[in-house]
Design a protein around this ligand. Structure first.
Ligand code: FE
Ligand code: CA
Length: 540
């Protein structure tokens, strides 16, 4: 690999091909052909996302030297462009979509734009395809060809759909271990994977590190966030998952900073300054995800929430639990900036109805989507634990403590959502959550702390891919006070697989043997079943 950055021994990083030969020469619309002097620009792999009944979004990013720091001594000249020249404008590359994994039966081909302003990432929104079937795709640039990926179109909304298998993943800290969970999830060949956040970690650890973040420092600049995403995308298990399984993705806190809320950083940064960091992090997120171009960021604002329908069987409401949040309750240097414990007596602000986890606009949108949904299963996919989990405080007269970073920190907003679900009666509502690095199966009641009040929905939490779990014994000491928690185990890493059929939904909690072993094996810890039309967890 060239150490010299943009200008290698040959003068230019890439060069026009003298004779356009090979696949690129045959592509319509591929106006420029390149010889990639320093190896393939497709080292970060490919991905498909945002599946729809007539298409999907295909992603890649041209990055021949993914972790290259252009100017270590001058952060202002460091753009994290992975060896691509910043002054050449957009680059057109070719793409092909086929009916078969051998790419023999091409159904679509043409030119896609790798945008210089977005680190030469490609977000190709494809429409006009047939519903409910797999496709395969690849990108081509000059003498370089990407790996082949699989994408799917979903069944149309009115089509009776027998079943779907959906993987749910969260919290993949590269420093904490290998991504064997991603490898095993890919091997299950689900229809979709939903990422619930902490897909990267912005921070850097010094103890308990299995493999290190490349720069050993917390990402705060666009170049640093780009390299962090690029490092994750170099992981072979993650690449294989993206190559085979299309995804939906939302974020949690670590895509930007631990426990941030809206414009409010854990470290009490000036909100204007923090919004610049958030803009850098959101842009890098967009650049590395198969998000539709409608998600393109506008400074510190970026839309990731939305509805995905899977025939008449499932609606997935994918939420954004970070961007529009109210500040954490009793935010300040005395109580804390990010997640901390508060009691209602000490912090009455907790219960203020004006506080929202989703923001009032997203709340209204969600209520409307749930009201309109005719799907048999209504999945609400979001970042943090929704069920109450109250922890006894050292001084008993203070009552129970609420963790401010979860829905417990926004109790009025949680009550509004559960009341709305209860009133609108979408069929079979099931919440899936991440963030807490442990498996949970929970009952969500109309009054969430009162298990005598009507049961409104269930919640499953699918542990972490690698990130350390909370202390098991400490959590278990509080279980008697939390009868809405039907199952909890913090000691396993892994993911969740949802098998959804017309008459029941099964949530499998899959656990890997050891995150420090790149060849870790897989076992099923528990499986829970919900029958169509009958809330109540079987197997708890
Ligand atoms: Fe996490
Ligand atoms: Ca988190």
């Amino acid at each position: 690999m060239a150490a010299g950055g943009l200008l290698g021994a040959t003068g230019r990083y890439w060069a026009p091909m003298a004779n356009a030969v090979g696949i690129a020469g045959l592509l319509p619309g591929s106006s420029r052909q390149f010889v990639w002097r320093h190896g393939s620009p497709f080292r970060l792999g490919i991905a498909a996302g945002a599946p729809r009944s007539d298409g999907f979004t295909l992603w890649t990013r041209l990055a021949p030297e993914p972790l290259l720091a252009e100017a270590v001594d001058d952060p202002a000249a460091d753009f994290g462009l992975a060896g691509m020249p910043g002054d050449q404008g957009d680059i057109e590359i070719g793409y092909e979509i086929a009916h078969d994994p051998e790419m023999r039966q091409i159904v679509r081909s043409g030119a896609a734009r790798a945008e210089a302003a977005y680190a030469f990432s490609v977000h190709l929104d494809v429409t006009g395809l047939a519903p409910g079937r797999p496709y395969w795709f690849r990108f081509i640039s000059g003498d370089a060809v990407s790996p082949i990926g699989r994408a799917v179109t979903l069944p149309a909304a009115d089509v009776e759909t027998p079943g779907a298998r959906i993987g749910v993943a969260s919290c993949a800290n590269f420093e904490r271990g290998y991504f064997s969970a991603y490898r095993h999830l890919a091997a299950e060949t689900p229809d979709l994977v939903v990422f619930l956040g902490d897909y990267i970690y912005e921070n850097a650890h010094h103890d308990g590190v299995v493999r290190q973040h490349s720069d050993g420092t917390a990402a705060t600049t666009l170049a640093q966030y780009r390299r962090r995403h690029a490092q994750y995308r170099l992981d072979p298990d993650l690449q294989a998952l993206h190559a085979y399984v299309p995804c939906l993705i939302t974020w949690d806190d670590h895509e930007v900073q631990n426990d941030y809320a809206g414009n409010w950083s854990e470290t009490f940064d000036d909100p204007t300054r923090f919004r610049r960091r958030r803009a850098a992090a959101y842009q890098a997120f967009y650049e590395h995800m198969p998000l539709p171009t409608s998600s393109r960021p506008h400074g510190p604002d970026m839309r990731v929430y939305g509805t995905t329908g899977f025939g008449d069987l499932i609606n997935i409401q994918l939420l954004d639990g970070r961007q529009y949040r109210s500040r954490e309750a009793c935010y300040g240097p005395v109580d804390g900036g990010g997640g901390h414990m508060e009691t209602l007596r000490h912090c009455p602000e907790l219960a203020e109805p004006s506080r929202s986890l989703l923001g009032l606009e997203q709340e209204a949108w969600l209520y409307d989507q749930l009201q309109q949904s005719r799907a048999r299963w209504n999945i609400i996919a979001q970042d943090v634990l929704m069920a109450p989990f109250l922890e006894a405080q050292p001084a008993p007269e203070h009552g129970f403590g609420y963790a401010t970073d979860r829905w417990d920190g926004y109790p009025a907003a949680r009550r509004r959502l559960l009341q709305h679900i209860h009133a609108a009666q979408p069929a079979n509502p099931v919440v899936v959550s991440g963030d807490i690095h442990s498996f949970w199966a929970n009952d969500l009641h109309l009054d969430p702390r009162d298990t005598a009040s009507p049961l409104v929905a269930h919640e499953f939490v699918g542990t972490s891919i690698t990130s350390h779990g909370p202390d098991y014994a400490a959590l278990m000491r509080n279980m008697a006070d939390n009868p809405q928690i039907r199952f909890c185990d913090t000691r396993q890493r892994g993911y969740m697989l949802l098998e959804i059929e017309r008459q029941h939904l099964t949530a499998h909690f899959r656990a890997v043997s050891d995150v420090t072993d790149p060849q870790a094996s897989l076992a099923t810890l528990r499986s829970f079943v919900i029958e169509n039309g009958a809330l109540g967890l079987q197997g708890a």
